[in-house]
Design a protein around this ligand. Structure first.
Ligand code: C2E
Ligand code: MG
Ligand code: MG
Length: 587
C-alpha cells in the first residue's frame, strides 16, 4: 500500500500566503525505473551516480509504486547471498512499496508535519513528489529541513524587524532603511525626507473604546500611510501610536510637505471600527535631507522636534526649523524646574514700551515674563517651551496676568493714564479651556478695563486654530479685549485665513524689521504686510526696531505702532517707574 498523506495533508489549491511555500522547488527530477525493470538497473544507476539518494519505481502510467533508498539497497546487497538479488529477484522485492507520496502543491509545513510525525523516517528515505498523480521527482528530507531552517531564519528576521500588529518595519529596520536611503541620496545628490507621524489623542480613543479597537485603529492608520506613499518609501511603526516614514527621490523639500498633507487628509477620513465611525487626525513632523540634517540621527531628531511642534496644533504637519530646538528633553525635569520657578517666585514680569508711530507717544506696554535663576536670567523662549511641555504654561500666564494687571493699574492711576497692556498667550492655551475663565477671574479681581487689554498670539498658533479655538477667540473679543497676531510673517498665513479670525492687529516679525535698510527685501515685505493688514482693517505694530532708519521706514509706510530697543528695552517695574518719571516722555 502506498503511503498517502491523510486528508489533512490534501494539497490546498491556493496555498495560504504566509505558509504557502510549496515543495515544488525542492524536487530533483531523477529518472524513475519501471516496475518491470530488472534489479540490476537499480544497481547500475546507484553505481554510476555516487550522490543518487533514491530511485522511484513507477507503473506503466507513471504512477509511483515504490522507492529504493540507496543505503537500504546496499545493505541488502551486503547480506549473505545478497548478490542473488541482482540477478534473480524482481525490483518489487527490493523496493519499499509504501513510500511517502506527496503532491507538488503540498506546503512545506504540511510535509514537515508528516515527516516529523513519522519519526523523521522520510528524512532518511526520501519521498516521491507527483504532479496530477504522475511521477515528478524525488525529494530528500535533508533539503526539506535545510529549506525549513532557512525559512525559519527568514521568519525570525522578519519577527525581529517588523511590528507584530501592523506588519510594518520596526524601529530597528527603520534605522537600517534610513541609513541605506541616506547613503544613496548622498551619493546621487538626492533629496529625502523623514516624517514622524503621531495619532492625535490616540490614548483617549484607546482608553474609551478598548485596546482591541485601538489595535484596529493602528492597523488602519498603518494601511493609510502605506497606501499614501510609493512602494520604495518606508513606513515604519516606532512605538505605540508613533509612525515614521522615509520618503526618497523627492525633487524638492516642498514635495515632503505635500505628501504629508495628503497623508493627514487620508487619516482624517472616517475609520470604521466595531461598527462605529471614528474620526482621527494626526500630526506630522518633517525633516529634509540635506537641508535639516545630514545624518540619520540629526534627521530623526529634527523630525521629532518638528512633530513636537505640530502636536501642539494637531491635525497639522510641520517642517523642521532651527527655532524649534527644544531645551530639555525630559518632561519630568522640565516639570520640576518650571514648577520650582513658579513655587519659589523666580518669575518676574518685565515691560517693554510701545509707542505710536509718528508722534512716538507712549501707547502701552508688552508684558514679558522673566525667569531669574541663581545665575541670572534664563532665556524666556526656553522657559515658555519647557512650560508648554510640562503642561504648566497657563500657570505662567496666570502669574503674568495678575502681576501685569496690578502694575498697569498703578501706572494708569499715576503717570500713564492711557497706557494699555499686551500679554502673550501660547497656542497651547487656545485649546486647554483654562484661558477664558482665567481672564474673567483676573479682570474681575483687579478691575482692569478689558478694552485696555490686548492678547498676543503667535501667527502659527492663530493660523492653525480649529473651530474650538476660534470660539475661544470670539469669546475673548466679546469681553472687549483686543487680539493681535504676534510674529506675523513667519507662518503661512493667507489673507482669507486672517479674515475669518476675530483679530484686530498684527505685529510684523522682527526678522523683517531687522532687514530694513539691508540689501535684502525685508523692507519690501514689511511694506506689503502693512498694506495688506490695513486693507483688512488691522492695526500694525513693528517690533524689534533697533535703528532709527527702521522706525522712519515703517512710519513712512503707515505702520501704526513701534516697539524695540530703539524706543526702550523691556524693563523691570522699577525701571519703568523711572522711565515714566521722565518729563520728556510723551504720553
Ligand atoms: P515676542 O512676544 O515677539 O516678544 C518680543 C521679543 O523680542 C522679546 O523677547 C523682547 O525682549 C525681544 N525684543 C524686543 N525689542 C527688541 C529689539 O529691538 N531687538 C531684539 N533683538 N529683540 C527685541 P523675550 O522677552 O525673550 O520673549 C521671547 C518670546 O517669548 C516672546 O516673543 C513671546 O512669544 C514669548 N513670551 C514672553 N513672555 C511670555 C509670556 O508671559 N507668556 C507667553 N506665553 N509667552 C511669552
Ligand atoms: Mg509678543
Ligand atoms: Mg513677536
Amino acid at each position: 500500500m502506498l503511503r498517502r498523506p491523510s486528508p489533512l495533508a490534501a494539497p490546498a489549491v491556493e496555498p495560504p500566503a504566509e505558509h504557502g511555500e510549496t515543495l515544488a522547488g525542492l524536487v530533483s527530477s531523477i529518472e524513475p525505473l519501471p516496475v518491470t525493470a530488472p534489479t540490476l538497473r537499480a544497481y547500475e544507476a546507484f553505481s554510476a551516480n555516487q550522490t543518487l539518494y533514491a530511485i522511484a519505481i513507477v507503473d506503466v502510467n507513471s504512477v509511483p509504486v515504490g522507492i529504493i533508498n540507496r543505503f537500504r539497497f546496499f545493505e541488502l546487497l551486503s547480506r549473505p547471498f545478497g548478490r542473488d538479488l541482482l540477478t534473480h529477484r524482481a525490483i518489487t522485492d527490493v523496493m519499499d512499496s509504501a513510500p511517502l507520496v506527496v503532491d507538488e502543491r503540498m506546503s512545506l509545513d504540511q510535509l514537515s508535519e508528516i515527516v516529523v510525525d513519522e519519526g523523521n523516517r522520510y528524512i532518511f528515505d526520501g519521498y516521491i513528489v507527483t504532479r496530477d498523480g504522475g511521477y515528478l521527482g524525488i525529494g530528500t528530507g535533508y533539503s526539506l529541513m535545510r529549506r525549513l531552517t532557512e525559512r525559519r531564519q527568514t521568519i525570525l528576521y522578519h519577527l525581529a524587524h517588523h511590528d507584530g500588529l501592523t506588519g510594518l518595519p520596526n524601529r530597528q529596520l527603520f534605522g537600517d532603511r534610513l541609513s541605506q536611503a541616506l547613503a544613496h541620496a548622498e551619493r546621487y545628490h538626492r533629496i529625502l525626507a523623514v516624517l514622524f507621524v503621531d495619532v492625535d489623542r490616540f490614548k483617549a480613543v484607546n482608553d474609551s473604546l478598548g485596546h482591541a479597537a485601538g489595535d484596529q485603529m493602528l492597523k488602519g492608520v498603518a494601511e493609510r500611510l502605506r497606501e499614501g506613499v510609493r512602494a520604495h518609501d518606508t513606513v515604519a511603526r516606532l512605538s505605540g501610536d508613533e509612525f515614521a516614514l522615509v520618503l526618497t527621490e523627492l525633487t524638492e523639500p516642498l514635495d515632503a510637505e505635500v505628501i504629508a498633507d495628503k497623508l493627514l487628509q487620508s487619516l482624517r477620513q472616517v475609520h470604521r471600527i466595531d461598527k462605529k465611525d471614528i474620526n482621527l487626525s494626526g500630526s506630522i513632523g518633517i525633516a529634509v535631507f540635506p537641508h535639516d540634517g545630514r545624518t540619520g540621527g540629526a534627521l530623526t531628531r529634527a523630525a521629532d522636534d518638528a512633530l513636537y511642534y505640530a502636536k501642539q496644533f494637531r491635525n497639522t504637519s510641520q517642517r523642521y526649523s532651527a527655532s524649534m530646538v527644544r531645551s530639555a528633553a525630559d518632561p519630568l525635569l522640565e516639570f520640576s524646574t518650571v514648577r520650582r520657578a513658579l513655587d519659589f517666585g523666580e518669575l518676574e514680569v518685565h515691560y517693554q514700551p510701545q509707542v505710536c508711530a509718528g508722534t512716538r507717544a507712549l501707547y502701552g506696554f508688552e508684558a514679558l515674563v522673566r525667569w531669574r535663576g541663581s545665575d541670572g536670567f534664563r532665556p524666556t523662549p526656553q522657559l515658555i517651551r519647557a512650560a508648554e511641555d510640562a503642561g504648566l504654561i497657563s500657570a505662567i500666564t496666570d502669574v503674568v496676568m495678575r502681576e501685569a494687571m496690578r502694575r498697569l493699574l498703578g501706572w494708569r492711576r499715576g503717570p500713564a493714564p492711557h497706557a494699555r497692556l499686551a500679554i502673550n498667550v501660547s497656542g497651547v492655551e487656545m485649546r486647554d479651556g483654562a484661558l477664558l475663565p482665567m481672564l474673567c477671574r483676573h479682570l474681575a479681581e483687579t478691575g482692569f478695563p478689558p478694552d485696555a487689554l490686548e492678547l498676543e498670539i503667535t501667527e502659527s498658533s492663530v493660523m492653525r486654530s480649529d473651530a474650538s479655538s476660534v470660539a475661544v477667540l470670539d469669546a475673548i473679543k466679546q469681553l472687549g479685549i483686543r487680539l493681535s497676531v504676534d510674529d506675523f510673517g513667519t507662518g503661512y498665513s493667507s489673507l482669507s485665513q486672517l479674515q475669518r479670525l476675530p483679530v484686530d492687529a498684527i505685529k510684523i516679525d522682527q526678522s523683517f524689521v531687522a532687514s530694513i535698510g539691508d540689501q535684502g527685501n525685508g523692507g519690501v515685505i514689511a511694506q506689503a504686510i502693512i498694506v495688506m493688514a490695513h486693507s483688512l482693517g488691522l492695526t500694525v505694530t513693528g517690533e524689534g526696531i533697533e535703528r532709527e532708519e527702521q522706525a522712519v521706514f515703517l512710519e513712512g509706510h503707515g505702520c501704526d505702532r513701534l516697539q524695540g530697543y530703539l524706543m526702550a528695552r523691556p524693563m523691570a517695574p522699577e525701571a519703568i517707574d523711572a522711565f515714566l518719571a521722565d518729563p520728556g516722555l510723551r504720553r
